[in-house]
Design a binder for this molecule. Structure first.
Ligand code: NAP
Length: 282
C-alpha cells in the first residue's frame, strides 16, 4: 500500500476528537471510512450520511463487536487498509490513589480493547498482504508524568505491543506505527472523557494535586490542533516506509528528547555496574 490510492479506514472511537476528525478528513479526500463508536448515531450526527461512510457500533471492550465490525467492513468495502486504534481515555490520579477497579477499567479499553480490535482486523490485512496499523499512544506512553502513571502505563503497554507488532507484521506486508500525541485540544481533559480517581491522598498535593490543577486549566486550551493531527495521520497512511514511532506536537518532541538524553546520561553514569553482571569469560 503506497501512494495516495483510495484507502479503506477502520477507526475506533470515531464519535469525537481524533477519531471523528480523522474520519472526516479521510472522507473529505475521497477515502472510504468505517467509523466505529459505542453509539454509531454519534458518528452520523457528526459526519452526516455519506456513500463512503459506514458507521458501526463498536465498544472496543467487546471482542464479539470487534469481529462483527471487521466482517461488516469487508462485506461493504472489500478490504481494510488502515486500522486506527484510537479509542481510549485518561485516568488522573496518583498510582496509589487508583483503585483496582479504576485500573482494570482503563486497561480494558486502552489495552485489551486495542488487542480485541487488532485480533479482529489483522486476519483481513494478512489475507491482503497489506495494511497499516496506527496505534494511538501518548507522550505519556514514552515518558511518564506524576498523576498519569496508570494511564501512561496503558500507553507504555501500547508502545511495547506496537514495537513487537511492527516486527511480526513487516514480513507480512503490514506496517505498524505507534503515534504519540502531546496535549491536543479535544475532550480528552474534559469530565466527559477524563476519569479522576475517587480517592485523593493529601500527601500527593504538591505533585499530583498540581497536575490536577494543570489539567483543569489546560482543558480546551491545549497547544495541539486535533485537525492537524488528523491530517498528519492521512500523510502517515501515504508513507511507503512508515516510522515505528511518530511523535506529534512540539511538547512531545521536547519531552522525548529530554527522556532520551536523561536515559543515556543515567546509563553512562551507571555503566560500570550495568556491565558488571555477565558471567566472567573463562
Ligand atoms: P476524546 O475526544 O475524549 O475521544 C475519545 C474517544 O474514545 C471517544 O470517541 C470515545 O467514545 C472513545 N471511547 C472511549 N472508550 C471507548 C470504548 N470502550 N469503545 C469505543 N470507543 C471508546 O479524546 P481524544 O483526544 O480524541 O482521544 C483519542 C485517543 O488519543 C485516546 O486513545 C487518547 O488516550 C489519545 N491521546 C489523546 C491526547 C490528547 O491530548 N487529546 C494525547 C495523547 C493521547 P464515546 O463518545 O462513546 O465516549
Amino acid at each position: 500500500m503506497t501512494g495516495t490510492a483510495q484507502k479503506v479506514w477502520f477507526i475506533t472511537g470515531a464519535s469525537r476528537g481524533f477519531g471523528r476528525l480523522t474520519a472526516q478528513q479521510a472522507l473529505q479526500r475521497g477515502d472510504l471510512v468505517v467509523a466505529t463508536a459505542r453509539d454509531p448515531h454519534s458518528v452520523t450526527a457528526a459526519l452526516g450520511e455519506h456513500a463512503n461512510l459506514l458507521a458501526l457500533r463498536l465498544d472496543v471492550r467487546l471482542e464479539a463487536q470487534a469481529i462483527s465490525a471487521a466482517q461488516q467492513a469487508v462485506a461493504r468495502f472489500g478490504r481494510i487498509d488502515v486500522l486506527v486504534n484510537n479509542a481510549g481515555y485518561g485516568l488522573l490520579g496518583a498510582v496509589e490513589e487508583a483503585s483496582a477497579d479504576e485500573v482494570r477499567a482503563v486497561y480494558e479499553t486502552n489495552v485489551f480493547g486495542l488487542l480485541n480490535v487488532s485480533r479482529a482486523v489483522l486476519p483481513v490485512m494478512r489475507r491482503q498482504g497489506s495494511g497499516h496499523v496506527m496505534n494511538i499512544s501518548s507522550v505519556g506512553g514514552y515518558s511518564s508524568y506524576a498523576g498519569w502513571g496508570v494511564y501512561g502505563s496503558t500507553k507504555f503497554a501500547v508502545e511495547g505491543l506496537s514495537e513487537a507488532m511492527a516486527m511480526e507484521l513487516a514480513p507480512l506486508g503490514i506496517q505498524v506505527t505507534v503515534v504519540e500525541p502531546g496535549f491536543f485540544r479535544t475532550d480528552f481533559l474534559d469530565t466527559t472523557s477524563l476519569v479522576a480517581t475517587r480517592e485523593r491522598i493529601d500527601a500527593y498535593a504538591d505533585t499530583v494535586g498540581k497536575m490536577r490543577d494543570f489539567a483543569a486549566d489546560a482543558n480546551h486550551a491545549q497547544p495541539g490542533d486535533p485537525l492537524k493531527l488528523a491530517d498528519a495521520l492521512l500523510q502517515l497512511a501515504d508513507a511507503a516506509q512508515a516510522p515505528v514511532r511518530l511523535q506529534l506536537g512540539s511538547d512531545t518532541v521536547a519531552r522525548v528528547r529530554a527522556k532520551n538524553a536523561a536515559v543515556e546520561k543515567e546509563m553512562t553514569d551507571w555503566l560500570e555496574l550495568a556491565l558488571s553482571t555477565d558471567f566472567s569469560q573463562a
